[in-house]
Design a binder for this molecule. Structure first.
Ligand code: MF3
Ligand code: CO
Length: 263
């Protein structure tokens, strides 16, 4: 894990502006949610807004992906593809993942939203997933270990719920590219896990590195399967899945979350 990039002041300012455009996109998407809208319409809203802000949707053309956002409904965890015939209805939950590139710098963030009235259980899943992110960044700063992140997420989830943490996908470095080193597990690697993972959790995050932390929490079992579209990752037991992600800059005494939507 010698490849963690650190960025200069100008690049970090572009990360901040990229994050601002992304958070505004998330707010606009949230305001656009209603029963009857298709996920393709949401994709169009996001793309138009990102481009009109002088930025680009960073997911487009990433590994052949054609869209600006990922839209994952109910048992879909991540990487759901926007479609004209995927129509939201009351009682659904939808995870929306957005990527922005501004002046060459990428940011990445996701939220899970409710459509109309949802069950208390579903509300709890969304809330716990979000809170696990904020637990993860507690005390995080330059030279913290990557493993501190997954440890805080897993401890929080274990104490507060019976939910499971997806361990097949990871958070990641972000910056000039959508995905950079290091991989960031959202969980504590089991004793028998691959040596690479054990090395990753011991890695320290340098000052002015940029990462995306993205807990994916399932109401049932942790396992996902890939749908026939070859992208969408779905829970194997068909139970609900939530996702929460932000991009942040590692600073001397803490972190700066650049994709928050409530400020
Ligand atoms: N946002 C996803 C992540 O957090 C990446 C999306 S993959 C894409 O890692 F192909 F949709 F771009
Ligand atoms: Co990400």
């Amino acid at each position: 894990m010698k490849n963690i990039k650190v960025y200069n002041t100008e690049q970090l300012d572009n990360v901040r502006q990229s994050g601002k455009i992304l958070s505004h996109t998330l707010v606009l998407l949230q305001e656009s949610l209603r029963s009857g809208i298709s996920t393709l319409e949401l994709d169009r809203i996001a793309e138009d807004y990102i481009r009109s802000s002088g930025a680009e949707p960073s997911f487009q053309n990433y590994n052949g992906y054609k869209y600006s956002i990922c839209t994952s409904i109910n048992e879909e965890s991540i990487h759901g593809m926007p479609r004209k015939d995927k129509i939201l209805k009351d009682g659904d939950i939808i995870s929306i993942d957005v990527g922005v590139r501004f002046n060459g710098m990428c940011t990445d963030a996701a939220r899970t939203f409710a459509i109309g009235e949802i069950s208390d259980e579903a509300k709890h899943l969304i809330q716990i997933t979000e809170q696990s992110f904020f637990e993860a960044i507690r005390g995080l700063k330059a030279m913290s270990k990557v493993g501190d992140i997954g440890e805080r997420i897993e401890n929080y989830i274990r104490v507060n719920s019976t939910y499971s943490i997806v361990d097949r996908y990871f958070g990641h470095g972000v910056g000039e590219k959508v995905h950079e080193d290091p991989l960031i597990p959202n969980f504590i690697p089991p004793k028998k896990s691959i040596p690479k993972l054990k090395e990753i959790v011991r890695t320290r995050l340098p000052l002015h590195s940029v990462i995306a932390i993205e807990p994916m929490i399932n109401m049932g079992v942790k396992d996902l399967k890939t749908a026939s579209d070859k992208w969408t990752a779905i829970t194997v037991d068909g139970k609900l899945a939530a996702h929460y992600e932000n991009t942040l800059i590692i600073l001397e005494n803490g972190v700066e979350v650049v994709t928050l939507t409530n400020n």
